[in-house]
Design a protein around this ligand. Structure first.
Ligand SMILES: Nc1ncnc2c1ncn2[C@@H]1O[C@H](COP(=O)(O)OP(=O)(O)OP(=O)(O)O)[C@@H](O)[C@H]1O
Length: 264
């Protein structure tokens, strides 16, 4: 479903500050894969998602989605296929608009003349039903400004907006990292539910190793801009955090180094 081959990405190429962020990523993602992405500091996790979404131009390689070469597609064109949720809950929603206006915008994604803010009664009923699934009582607050919501409520709403028009691919970049542990867990459960119910193909960057092992059917580990571990199915099911660290050591000959990664 997604074919990434030889993906290379430099920052500040040709200058003294040159960084090779992705050094030839090859990754075949099957339809319905829910891949958790882990890695050390600066491993290239966010850059990979940004290149996939078309936010960054790439310096080499190809990206194919559903047999269509999207390598030269700009970000807005890829946004018809790809939805994203970022770490910052403020990024995916508009705080000055109401919940229903935000949802109305999300519902028009990919359609022409997609920026109207009008909300029809029929839409409102659908929004109410969708919001009720979140279990946060937001269905009673359709006219509330999103800026009034807590970080967790806002991130749950972002997730709903990202999937309201079913995307081919859902990209989650540490989307629970800014939330308190209880809320993070709620949003993660919601993520799992949505991915399963909508049969989404998803990549989720997380700094929590245990979470990465618990969620999804496949785990990849990046280091130095390359995929150094790719496990799925039973192998992933049996894997422990200690096992992951040992595998890292076996491949790299050094201990895993990340000040942000939760290893317990
Ligand atoms: N906009 C940018 N300009 C210059 N260098 C960048 C930029 N974004 C990322 N980099 C560099 O590219 C490399 C990969 O960064 P990236 O953010 O993808 O790593 P990451 O795995 O997401 O790291 P972390 O877990 O520390 O957030 C790093 O060396 C980083 O410093």
């Amino acid at each position: 479903m997604i074919g990434i081959s030889g993906l290379c990405k430099y920052f500040h190429r040709g200058s003294v500050n040159e960084v090779l962020a992705l050094g030839g990523i090859d990754l075949q993602v099957r339809r319905g894969d829910f891949i958790t992405v882990v890695g050390s500091n600066g491993a290239g996790k966010s850059t990979l998602l940004n290149c996939l979404a078309g936010s960054y131009p790439i310096d080499g390689g190809r990206i194919v989605i559903d047999d269509c070469d999207v390598t030269s597609w700009p970000e807005h064109r890829r946004a018809r296929l790809i939805s994203r949720v970022f770490q910052d809950p403020l990024k995916g929603t508009c705080g000055s608009l109401s919940i229903e206006q935000n949802l109305a915008l999300a519902a028009r994604r990919g359609r022409p003349h997609g920026l109207g803010l009008g909300v029809r009664r029929r839409d409102r009923d659908v929004f109410r039903r969708q919001l009720a699934q979140l279990g946060l009582g937001l269905e009673e607050r359709l006219k509330d400004q999103v800026g009034l919501l807590s970080g967790g409520q806002r991130q749950a709403l972002t997730l709903l907006m990202a999937t309201l028009v079913r995307p081919q691919i859902l990209l989650l970049d540490e989307h629970t990292a800014a939330l308190d542990p209880k809320t993070a867990l709620q949003v993660l459960e919601l993520t799992e539910k949505m991915v399963a119910e909508l049969h989404l193909t998803a990549l989720m960057v997380t700094h929590n190793m245990r979470q990465a092992l618990q969620l999804g059917n496949r785990l990849i580990m990046l280091h130095g801009g390359r995929v150094i571990l790719d496990i799925s199915g039973e192998e992933k099911g049996r894997m422990t955090v200690e096992g992951l660290l040992q595998r890292f050591y076996a491949v790299r000959g050094e201990t895993f180094d990340s000040d942000r990664m939760l290893l317990v």
